[in-house]
Write a protein that binds this ligand. Structure first.
Ligand SMILES: Cc1ncc(COP(=O)(O)O)c(C=O)c1O
Length: 359
């Protein structure tokens, strides 16, 4: 069996040791004679797996006790609606920052439920920058301020946290667990699982408890954070296998030394890839230096006619899923936690060889 290097933006690479445990557990989970997938979500086995996953995540992120951890469904995209439905029941004022394609989707959805003000936008720089905080036009008294700390498509990341006098809501889909964060700065954090958490089908929501119980009457029970909290994230049948795999990923992260260790590794991986791009006239990354994402590295070739050959030859060299998002073109290497430094080294070496043959 040859495992190849996977740079997909999501669903993304999973740690091989996690896949091996899942393989070994598949037919007979811990001597029960059943796969975990075949067990009731109310069984002590599955409830135990869910509780262990939550505890592991709480340790990794140092989540304070006054925050609920919810495992929901529908992806981060469903949270685009859940956020206003849970926090702006009166359809009143909410603030959004527009730093890219995912911000735009969150804004479009929130407009259906609330009075959205876009406090700042980097669209004028083609989303290659983050608008300076001093220029944000925040209305006081709004229900919350929403932003996207890492834009998966544009490869733009915040390395600072907006300091506002209202609950801060963050779509952390593509940055969660890549480095330590201070949860107490946030009212709500949500993330689709399929990058740094586990397989698709699970959505993580971390919410400060005082923000529960304010949902609109029209908020579907399945999107209501209080309902999820009161039912231990089992109001309906949860995606049990995805939850089990996420638990294995959290355990793997703890075994690696937790998020401080991941940050060191992730910075090293990103720095060498950006250095390789910057040291050549053949490759380019458009993002301002201080906002370059640690997780998603878009880059272009000097001659776009070579894109196809680049992708074909990369694939032949065992480097998969480097095609940029359809909205921006070019290439994108997503280098999440489970993408090893060896994978990044192999990519850099391939890029040098490709430049030498085509530059
Ligand atoms: C930052 C960000 N937000 C939201 C989404 C949408 O997530 P989902 O597919 O889980 O709805 C993505 C998916 O890539 C993302 O990267």
């Amino acid at each position: 069996m040859t495992r190849r290097f996977n740079f997909c933006a999501g669903p993304a690479a999973l740690p091989q040791p996690v896949l091996e445990i899942a393989r070994d557990d598949m037919l007979d989970w811990h001597g029960t004679g059943l796969s975990l997938m075949e067990m009731s979500h109310r069984s002590p086995e599955v409830v135990g797996v869910a509780q262990a996953a939550e505890q592991s995540l709480r340790r990794l992120l140092s989540i304070p006790d006054d925050y609920a951890v919810l495992f929901m469904q529908g992806g981060a995209s469903t949270q685009f609606a859940s956020v206003p439905l849970n926090l702006a029941a009166d359809g009143g004022a909410v603030e959004y920052v527009n730093t890219g394609q995912w911000s735009k989707k969150a804004i479009a959805e929130a407009k259906r439920y609330a009075d959205v003000n876009v406090v700042a936008s980097s669209e004028d720089t083609n989303f290659s920058t983050i608008p300076a905080f001093t220029n944000w036009d925040v209305r006081s008294g709004s229900h919350y301020l929403h932003y996207t700390p890492n834009e998966t498509i544009g490869g733009v990341e915040f390395f600072w946290t907006p300091d506002v006098a209202m609950p801060l809501v963050a779509d952390m889909s593509s940055t969660i667990l890549s480095r330590p964060i201070d949860i107490s700065n946030f009212g709500v954090i949500y993330a689709g699982a399929q990058k740094n958490i586990g397989p698709a089908g699970l959505t993580l929501v971390i919410v400060r408890r005082d923000l529960l119980g304010q949902a609109s009457d029209l908020c579907p029970a399945m999107l209501n954070w209080k309902v999820a909290d009161e039912n231990d994230s089992m109001y309906n049948t949860p995606p049990t296998f995805a939850l089990y795999l996420a638990g294995l990923v959290f355990k793997w992260l703890e075994d690696q030394g937790g998020l401080p260790a991941m940050e060191i590794l992730n910075r090293r991986k990103a720095e060498k890839l950006y250095a390789a791009i910057d040291s050549s006239d053949f490759y380019a990354n458009p993002v301002e230096l201080e906002s370059r994402s640690l997780m998603n590295v878009p880059f272009t070739l000097a001659d776009a006619d070579l894109d196809k050959a680049f992708l074909q030859q990369a694939e032949a060299a065992g480097l998969l899923n480097l095609k940029g998002h359809r909205s921006v073109g070019g290439m994108r290497a997503s280098i999440y936690n489970a993408v090893s430094e060896d994978a990044v080294d192999a990519l850099i070496s391939f890029m040098r060889d490709f430049e030498a043959s085509n530059g």
